[in-house]
Each structure stands twice: as structure tokens, then as C-alpha cells.
Design a protein around this ligand. Structure first.
Ligand SMILES: Nc1ncnc2c1ncn2[C@@H]1O[C@H](COP(=O)(O)OP(=O)(O)O)[C@@H](O)[C@H]1O
Ligand SMILES: [Mg+2]
Length: 361
């Protein structure tokens, strides 16, 4: 899958620009704060329906305007796909091949991307939220069942948490079982998908890590949480756990069990990478997980996703940079770098210079 053109209208610091990408390595070159990451973010948004870090789409709209438009023409193995998003302050409209789609799940995953930046080291370093975010974004791109279960789960979870903050304890205890029935069934979908995904991701990440470290280190990923085999059994188990946590949940005012609390363990040479791994090991582990993600997307959809590398190359030593580029042969890359390092990528790359939200032609 490749993205051929990307048009940005009133998106971040872009007023009106169209990028043309090649199917190889595209390098966005420019000084700081010119719009390189913004361009990468736009590609990511069209893949996932989510922006990189922010909570409110509003920040994506160019200051002083009221609607941002992102448009991409892509080529998948099934033919051309056009993706378009209109982002307003309080709503957005998504279009697939010119037709408005009412459900976000029908939009996301039509173009797939793997995104890596120094910020992604948080997956290894930070709390479980970051790892769940990684799983959610990654699995949602490949499974509509997961994406829609996740939306519903979160909605019910919000409602359940609101209920837990009620004053009328009688009402709470009466109503909780109603929510739990639904919560547990969506939770089971999430848990089963995550387990399947990790089963694939773990050996691929281990292999990538070994490749990047010349076999010097071993990476292992595993899910915490102990769940039975089928979705039905998982849901039953969760329902029991939810009901035995009622008092605690009421006291704390939020739901303390479920997949919104689960984590992945990341072990480098048998040690928990969080808090133990050096900066270099952390970077390699995170990169290995992303390369594994890329491989899974390839297997599941029969074609490579777009690989976005934002500010990553400068942080890697030359041998690793070469390895990474070798690994991504045949994958469309969009990578960003500053002026000083632009020479590092050889002649075959397609360079696009960016200055103040404009392409310099
Ligand atoms: N909604 C917005 N409207 C106008 N400018 C924005 C908006 N959001 C971000 N910017 C500007 O975009 C620039 C940062 O762009 P970015 O892509 O992160 O830079 P870099 O080239 O370093 O990756 C900053 O100058 C910031 O002020
Ligand atoms: Mg940047």
C-alpha cells in the first residue's frame, strides 16, 4: 500500500499544500518547527482516525480558521483508495472514495501505517496506558471487530464509571449488573484479539531485536492477565471479577478490573525493560516492536503499510540506521530529518523541503 498524494488544507501550519510521494523513501527535510511532524501526523490521522498525541482534534485546525481538510490518494493491491477527513471544532466528517462514512471503524485501516518517533519510546518506558494505546491503535487498524468493540467498551466503561460516582448506593448496586453484562462481552473481544496479536507480535519483535543487536540481546513480550480460552469463558470470568470488586469500585469511583487495566510485559534479557533498560536498549526494543507491527500488517493485509519515521534516524548509530533501511526495502517510508542530516540517505531518496508550512520547490 502506498500513499501517492497528500493534500493539507488549513491543517496545523499548512494553508494549502499537496505532497507527492514515491513508493520508496521520502525524506521531509527542514529546520525545526516547519511542519515535518505535522505532515507525518496527517498521514497517521488518515490511517487511524486518531492524532498522534492530542486529545482534541481542534488543535489540528490551523489557527484562525475553522475547518481542516486532509485528503490522500492511495494505492492498495485492490486499487486506488481516496481518504478524506474534514475536521471541525466539534465534529469531523470522514469520506472514503468520495462517500461519507458514518462510522469511524469503516474509515480506519483502509490505509495502514506504522509510526515511530522518539516519543514512541514511551511504550517501553512509561506506564501501561502507553502499551494499551499501542495495542489499541495497532489492532484497530487490522480488525474492525476490535475497533468497534473498543469504542463500545469505552462508552460503557464511561457510563459505568459515572454510575460509580452516584450518591445513591442502592441504585448503583442495582444497575451495575446491567452494565457488566455488556462490558464483559466487549472486554472478551478485546482480550482475545490482544492475545492473538501478542502471540504474533512477540516472536517477530524478538527476531527484529536480535537482528538490530546482532543477536546480542533477547527481547520478550508477554501479556499479563490470566484469561481462559474462549470469549464466552473470558466474559464469564470477568463478570465474576467485576462483581467481586463492587465495593472497591464504589469506594474508588471507577472500574478497577478489565482490559483497560491490563498491561504487556517487555523483557530485555529477562529483565523488565521499564526502569531497567538503557536509553539505547529502550530505543531498540521500541523499534523492534514497530518492525514487528509492520510485519504483522504485511501478513494480514498482504501488503506493506506506510512506515513513518519521525526524527528517528538522527538518534540511531550508522550501523543501525543501515539495518533499519535494509529491513524496510520495498516499504514506502516517510521520514523526517533536519537539514544537517539530509545527506545521510543517499541519492535514491525523494527529498521534500519544508519551510513554514510550505513545500519549497
Ligand atoms: N493548529 C495550528 N495552527 C497553526 N500552526 C500550528 C498549529 N499546530 C501547530 N502549529 C505550528 O506547527 C509548527 C510545528 O510543526 P512541526 O511539524 O511539529 O515541526 P517540525 O518540522 O519540527 O516537525 C509550530 O510552529 C507550531 O506553531
Ligand atoms: Mg518534528
Amino acid at each position: 500500500m502506498i500513499i501517492q498524494n497528500l493534500t493539507l488544507h488549513n491543517f496545523r501550519n499548512y494553508e494549502d499544500e499537496t505532497f507527492s510521494f514515491t513508493d520508496g523513501v521520502n525524506v521531509l527535510v527542514g529546520r525545526n518547527a516547519q511542519g515535518k511532524t505535522n505532515c507525518a501526523e496527517a498521514v497517521f490521522y488518515l490511517c487511524t482516525g486518531a492524532s498522534l498525541r492530542i486529545r482534541h482534534d481542534k488543535q489540528l485546525i490551523r489557527k484562525g480558521t475553522d475547518c481542516a481538510v486532509l485528503r490522500a490518494e492511495t494505492q492498495s493491491r485492490f486499487g486506488p483508495v481516496a481518504l478524506e477527513a474534514h475536521i471541525f471544532e466539534n465534529k469531523r466528517e470522514l469520506f472514503l472514495n468520495g462517500n461519507k462514512v458514518s462510522r469511524a471503524v469503516d474509515f480506519l485501516g483502509n490505509m495502514k501505517s506504522v509510526f515511530f518517533s522518539p516519543g514512541e519510546l514511551r511504550i517501553v518506558q512509561d506506564g501501561p496506558d502507553e502499551r494499551r494505546r499501542f495495542l489499541n491503535l495497532s489492532i484497530s487498524q487490522t480488525s474492525k471487530a476490535y475497533a468497534s468493540a473498543l469504542l463500545r467498551y469505552n462508552k460503557i466503561l464511561d457510563q459505568r464509571n459515572n454510575l460509580l460516582k452516584e450518591r445513591d448506593v442502592g441504585l448503583i448496586f442495582e444497575t451495575l449488573p446491567v452494565w457488566d453484562e455488556q462490558l464483559a462481552s466487549y472486554a472478551a473481544v478485546l482480550i482475545r484479539h490482544r492475545r492473538e496479536y501478542l502471540k504474533q507480535l512477540s516472536p517477530l519483535a524478538a527476531e527484529a531485536h536480535s537482528f538490530l543487536t546482532d543477536g546480542g540481546e533477547e527481547l520478550r513480550l508477554s501479556a499479563d492477565g490470566d484469561y481462559p480460552e474462549t470469549e464466552g469463558e473470558i466474559a464469564e470470568k470477568l463478570k465474576k471479577e467485576l462483581s467481586s470488586a463492587y465495593e472497591r469500585d464504589v469506594r474508588l469511583g471507577f472500574t478497577t478490573v478489565g482490559p483497560h487495566r491490563d498491561d504487556i510485559r517487555i523483557l530485555v534479557d529477562g529483565n523488565d525493560a521499564r526502569g531497567f533498560a538503557s536509553q539505547g536498549q529502550t530505543r531498540t526494543a521500541a523499534l523492534s516492536m514497530k518492525l514487528a507491527e509492520l510485519e504483522i500488517f504485511k501478513r494480514l493485509s498482504g501488503e506493506a503499510p506506510v512506515l513513518i519515521l519521525d526524527d528517528v534516524m538522527s538518534e540511531l548509530d550508522l550501523p543501525r540506521r543501515k539495518k533499519l533501511l535494509a529491513r524496510t526495502q520495498g516499504v514506502q517510508c516517510i521520514l523526517t530529518c533536519t537539514h544537517a542530516e539530509r545527506l545521510l540517505y543517499g541519492k535514491e531518496t525523494h527529498k521534500i523541503r519544508i519551510q513554514g508550512g510550505r513545500i519549497v520547490r
